[in-house]
Design a protein around this ligand. Structure first.
Ligand code: ATP
Ligand code: MG
Length: 565
């Protein structure tokens, strides 16, 4: 089965070739290996879509494995949120949920195996000394004076490390490879360290913990992973990954393949920085709608489909690049355009009194739920003598090319009538507080005399029927596209956008939105896509703007195409 009509990317090429050669008995087994030290972000989504996607394309399974070898930074909260997020994205690991910590005993055995074969030794150098002895990219390293300890001594010391006889940091176990290797990862890497920390799964059972490099490939092999796909920064670790698999009696030989990580403009993606944003209260939490986390995007109104479509479109490559945030926004707009019901909401209300409309009259006007989806049907929207329109749809002194409402001008109220502005009522300070208008009863939408044309159609809500709401508008979290690029000692937090959140607390919504379910998504006509926030209460809904309607990505692409031809 091939879900792809586009040419194969380089990873799918490799897998296709492996299948043709009947490598791995025709099986494709992948894994997604998060470290439970933070919440998943849009970069992880790229890896999830790739790994779960590959497995599905070959009727295989993708394992979810927690890479939990660093007890001081990891937590159950993260383990749980990661599982929720992978499921929310639409993927299923079936019964293949694993933890690297489940392999601790096996990994310990592997370390003993290396010692017995003279391929690992206990080192007494301090961390600083080890760094010093390692050498640099241009200079070879020096052998540790403890490198030639006997197998017996090493076995004894390693057993006593495990038994808790030594202080944290006093001894480490190192692989004995080559201190002169041009690849620093091969200069006798540390594979075990002593650390008295309570692990979220193994508790205090261990006081020594394996390093990432000693854990990852062996875990892959133990699970029968065929293709171990990771990001480019592990390219230099591949010789080590393969060295361990070669030196150890592992059940199979997974293949490590590296691809470029996703970077996005106007945000940061490192979990350390995201955690800092949360702990230093620059955002309200991991699920703040401005965060690039899956929880944040979800709360903002992103659909799993939009994220999957985006990930499929960006594809996988070997070269690092930065993707325009506008492209991600394009994909959610594209998806919501098809599925989000249209409603009317006024964010900055201006009261409009229609003087010639009967005071007690209420008409239920028919409105289209989604022009993109005829099956979505219609609804009734109440119309009455007093309505709210958007404040900036009126100008007392309209500039050229402003075709909306102004004194003496006519506009259509969507699904309703043409109205004419007779007077702008002002308060003592000179602010316009109300418009007095008249309507033309012959111009009701859908009626026989509707044909009279005016230049603008405005959205509105009936004042007597509207429900008040809070609406939160978002801008990018950072003021520059590359907040990660630090210059003259400045940090990414120096580029936080002070205007990234704007709270509008006097908005008015059409009455059908009363009781809208948390997480449900709408298009507010002319304003963008909005999603009901969990902060909503029974009588005070809160909406997040997911994106505005203006598709800057489509524009950029159009301009690029025009430039090329
Ligand atoms: P950080 O460097 O911020 O700590 P990480 O890469 O260590 O992130 P992990 O939890 O180890 O985070 O990542 C799990 C998987 O997701 C890894 O296979 C990693 O390569 C992949 N991944 C992480 N970030 C990205 C990204 N920006 N683009 C693509 N894949 C990513
Ligand atoms: Mg990692």
């Amino acid at each position: 089965m091939s879900a792809h009509d586009t040419p194969l990317d380089f990873i799918r090429e490799i897998i296709a070739a492996d299948l043709r050669a009947n490598k791995n008995g025709g099986r494709v087994v992948t894994r997604f290996p998060p470290e439970p030290n933070g919440y998943l972000h849009i970069g992880h989504a790229k890896s999830i879509c790739l790994n779960f996607g590959l497995a599905a394309e070959h009727r295989g399974v993708c394992h979810l494995r927690f890479d939990d070898t660093n007890p001081t930074k990891e937590d159950l909260e993260y383990v749980e949120s990661i599982q929720e997020d992978v499921r929310w994205l639409g993927f299923d690991w079936q019964d293949k949920l694993f933890y690297a910590s489940d392999y601790y005993e096996q990994l310990y055995g592997y370390a003993v195996h290396l010692i017995k074969n003279g391929k690992a030794y206990v080192d007494s150098l301090s961390a600083d000394q080890i760094r010093e002895y390692r050498g640099t990219l241009t200079q070879p390293g020096k052998n540790s004076p403890y490198r030639d300890r006997s197998v017996e001594d090493n076995l004894d010391l390693f057993a006593r490390m495990r038994a808790g006889e030594f202080a944290d940091g006093s001894l480490v176990l190192r692989a004995k490879i080559d201190m002169a290797s041009p690849n620093l990862n091969m200069r006798d890497p540390v594979i075990y360290r002593i650390r008295r920390a309570t692990h979220h799964r193994t508790g205090d059972a261990w006081c020594i913990y394996p390093m990432y490099d000693f854990t990852h490939g062996q875990s892959d092999a133990l699970e029968g992973i065929t293709h171990s796909i990771c990001t480019l920064e592990f390219e230099d670790h591949r010789p080590l990954y393969e060295w361990f698999l070669r030196e150890l009696p592992v059940p199979c030989q997974p293949q490590q393949i590296e691809f470029a990580r996703l970077n996005l403009t106007y945000t940061v993606m490192s979990k350390r920085k995201l955690l800092e944003l949360v702990t230093n209260r620059h955002v309200s939490g991991w699920d703040d709608p401005r965060m690039p986390t899956l929880k944040g995007l979800r709360r903002r109104g992103y659909t799993p489909e939009s994220i999957r479509n985006f990930c499929e479109r960006i594809g996988v490559a070997k070269r690092n690049s930065v993707v325009d945030m506008a492209m991600l926004e394009h994909y959610v707009r594209d998806d919501l355009n098809k599925r989000a019901p249209r409603v009317m909401a006024v964010l900055h209300p201006l009261r409009v009194v229609i003087d010639n409309y009967p005071p007690d009259r209420v008409e239920q006007l028919e409105a289209v739920n989604n022009p993109e989806d005829p099956g979505a049907g219609t609804r009734r929207v109440p119309f009455s003598r007093v309505v709210y329109i958007e404040r900036d749809d009126f100008r007392e002194d309209p500039p050229r090319k402003f075709f909306r409402l102004a004194p003496g001008r006519e506009v259509r109220l969507r699904y309703a009538y043409i109205i004419k502005c007779v007077e702008a009522v002002k308060d003592d300070a000179g602010n316009v507080v109300e418009l007095r208008c008249t309507y033309d009863p012959e111009t009701r939408s859908g009626g026989s005399a509707e044909s009279r044309k005016v230049k603008a159609t405005l959205h509105w809500v009936s004042a007597a029927h509207a429900i008040p709401a809070q609406v939160r508008l978002y801008d990018s979290l950072f003021t520059r596209p590359d907040p990660d690029t630090v210059e003259d000692g400045r940090s990414y937090t120096d580029f936080l956008n002070p205007y990234s959140l704007e709270v509008l607390s006097a908005c008015q919504l059409e009455p059908g939105l009363a009781g809208a379910e948390v997480g449900s998504r709408y298009q507010f006509e002319r304003l963008g896509y909005f999603c009901v926030d969990p902060d909503s209460t029974e009588d005070a809904p809160v909406f997040n703007r997911t994106v505005s309607l203006r598709d800057t990505w489509a524009k950029i692409q159009k301009a690029q195409k025009a430039g090329r031809s």
